[in-house]
Design a protein around this ligand. Structure first.
Ligand code: AMP
Length: 281
């Protein structure tokens, strides 16, 4: 097994990439918090297809956690992660310390996110998205990727990253990747490691609700559809935090159907917080 070359020091990574920055397909970047699963690996595989070199970062970013228990319990499985990335051509790993990502001369300034951070996840996780844009911004400064890969699983995060790239005029293409699910429909997530089999089964209510909505929205207004979907969801065992049907770009609730309208759900299974979404029409 060939484990990937791993860097923990930003300047070493920069130097290494400098030598690689030749004209061609360029450098791809897949930021992650580790505890890798097939969803992450899908992103890496797409990046490998489309680039000469792929950097996968593994960094559990403290600034995006507003709950210290969630941060503490977040799974950290570096050895296994490196094994999952073994034998993938072109891949190198960046596994920095906090000081490498947030140096003393950190130039990042909070960004106006145009209200995208004031709905859904933003309501329940204050400060989360400023933490996300901060870490992604700083990682972009280190890696200077041509293409960066993000999952649709974190729909609001993806919308916000796209906004940041536009607002700061960053020279990186953002590539959106489909959500990888278990055969039950449960979206893969590092947090699923904290679910037992029964809880995993209970958690399929999220996917069932999204599919129910997709099949039944046509005769209803978005508001009626939302109420129906919440009633459907509440037949299951999870505790709903929010279910919203929103505009795909502004993330504002819609009052009439439009192409790409997306339903986003956050719910607790016991102590584990799960999110998912689906394009409804
Ligand atoms: P995370 O490690 O949770 O920060 O995720 C790193 C990247 O992987 C993000 O762009 C996520 O949206 C993406 N991702 C996480 N889970 C999935 C999944 N089930 N399918 C596709 N992409 C995913």
């Amino acid at each position: 097994m060939n484990l990937p070359l791993t860097f923990s020091c930003a300047s070493d990574l920069r130097k290494f990439l400098e030598a690689e920055r030749i004209s061609g397909k360029g450098i791809g970047f897949v930021p992650t918090m580790g505890a890798l699963h097939e969803g992450h690996l899908d992103l890496v595989r797409i990046a490998v297809e489309e680039n000469d070199r792929v950097v996968v970062s593994i960094f559990v970013n403290p600034t995006q956690f507003n709950n210290s228990i969630d941060l503490e319990k977040y799974p950290r499985t570096l050895d296994k992660d490196l094994q999952l990335l073994a034998d993938l051509p072109k891949v190198i790993v960046f596994h920095p310390t906090k000081d490498e990502v947030y140096p003393e001369d950190d130039k990042f300034q909070p960004i106006d996110l145009n209200g995208l951070d004031e709905v859904m996840e933003g309501t329940f996780r204050p400060g989360h998205f400023q933490g996300v844009v901060h870490v992604v911004h700083n990682l972009f400064q280190i890696v200077e990727p041509d293409n960066a890969y993000f999952g649709l699983k974190d729909y609001q995060q993806l919308a916000i990253i796209k906004w940041m790239v536009k607002k700061l005029n960053l020279r990186v293409s953002i590539v959106e990747c489909e959500t990888r699910r278990e055969s039950s429909g449960l979206a893969l997530s590092s947090r699923n490691l904290r679910l037992n089999q029964k809880e995993k089964e209970d958690s399929t209510i999220i996917y069932s609700t999204l599919k129910y909505l997709q099949s039944n929205y046509k005769d209803l207004s978005p508001l009626e559809a939302k109420h129906e979907a919440i009633a459907f969801f509440n037949r299951g065992k999870l505790e709903l935090e929010y279910l919203e049907i929103v505009d795909p770009v502004t993330l504002k609730q819609i009052v009439s159907w439009k192409d790409g309208a997306v339903c986003c759900i956050a719910a607790y299974c016991g102590e584990v917080r799960l999110i998912d979404n689906m394009i409804i029409c």
